[in-house]
Ligand binder design. Structure first.
Ligand code: PPE
Length: 307
């Protein structure tokens, strides 16, 4: 059985508790109705010790998710940021994945979440390459999902709510059962939206593109970093919708995300993408690696040092 290796501490409702003590009741409201918002952040080892990548932007998105859902967080953004820093320090492991989460706790049952207290926690664990080390290096095999990405008329994709991930799980399981590594979801207009837990990019004739926020995606922070890397590589970027067939005809495709990093897509539904090499994706991967590991002074303002 593969599982998460326990670290020492978890930050829960205002203090660091032992890993094994970070528990909730089975009648936790958010567990039943999906009223839970979360973030995914990474810290890495750098020459100046552990550093958290784009912490401010992640916590800002956390606050925005709460706002969309009328969730009154009992901690300020600064307090949640501090919780993340304290947690990395307390666990003594430099490279971790951090998971801030806020949810309606134990109190009332029934659909109105405002009747239950809001609980906030930050957990951290070691998480390797989301789509496998092999996938990160050589690319993954993807399939266009039969499940349509939910849109902002039903579940607002820009708010990182746990409920959105039921849609993601349907797509992910369908892909895995069919023998693929990952799914690509189309939106209700039939245009490419994103992966179940990643944004998507296309490269054609040296132009890098990604669907706009209005296509119904999570505004990825890695995606935002990639846009900067593209400019710094002297390449053009277009925020534009693309169709399913434009996936097949791309020179390169890749996923971006905190968990996934920058992962090339080598095949979509049995069609090999491009010539099987990923020169631009590799250049962007290198910039990302250098940025998160503190090897690029130009991106150092994105790092929050823990020491
Ligand atoms: N779209 C979705 C739907 C998504 O969940 C993520 C992150 C992204 C795009 C990329 O966003 P960003 O991490 O800011 O670049 N998905 C998180 C959760 C993955 C999970 O399985 O859990 C993540 O990568 O942390």
């Amino acid at each position: 059985m593969v599982g998460i290796r326990a670290l020492k501490k978890i930050w829960m409702d205002g203090r660091l508790v032992d890993w094994a003590d970070a528990k909730v009741h089975v009648l936790t409201h958010g567990l039943h109705y999906g009223y839970s918002i979360f973030e995914g952040i990474r810290s890495h080892d750098t020459p100046k010790g552990p550093a958290i990548f784009r912490l401010k932007e992640h916590i800002e998105r956390f606050s925005n998710s709460a706002k969309v859902y009328r969730m009154k967080l009992p901690y300020s953004a600064a307090e949640v940021e501090r919780a993340c820093v304290d947690l990395v320090r307390a666990n003594g492991v430099p490279a971790v994945y951090l998971r801030p989460v806020a949810f309606s706790g134990y109190g009332e049952m029934g659909l109105d979440p405002t009747k239950s207290p809001i609980q906030v926690a930050v957990a951290a664990w070691e998480w390797g390459a989301y789509l496998g080390a092999e996938g990160l290096e050589h690319g993954v095999r993807a399939t266009v999902s039969s499940w349509v990405r939910m849109d902002s008329r039903s579940l607002p994709p820009q708010a990182k709510c746990a409920a959105n991930y039921a849609n993601s799980a349907l797509a992910k399981m369908e892909a895995v059962v069919a023998g693929y590594d990952e799914a690509i979801l189309l939106n209700s207009q039939g245009m490419v939206a994103e992966g179940p837990g990643e944004n998507i990019f296309r490269v054609k004739n040296d132009i890098v593109s990604s669907p706009p926020a209005s296509s119904g995606i999570l505004r990825g922070i890695t995606r935002d970093s990639v846009v900067r890397f593209v400019a710094d590589e002297g390449l053009s970027f277009l925020r534009t919708d693309f169709t399913r067939e434009e996936l097949f005809t791309a020179d390169e495709l890749f996923y971006s995300g905190t968990a996934a990093g920058i992962t090339p897509i080598r095949e979509v539904d049995g069609r090999p993408i491009g010539n099987g090499r990923y020169p631009i994706t590799k250049r962007l991967q290198k910039r990302y690696d250098d940025a998160v590991r503190g090897r690029s002074p130009q991106y150092e303002s994105w790092l929050t040092y823990v020491a």
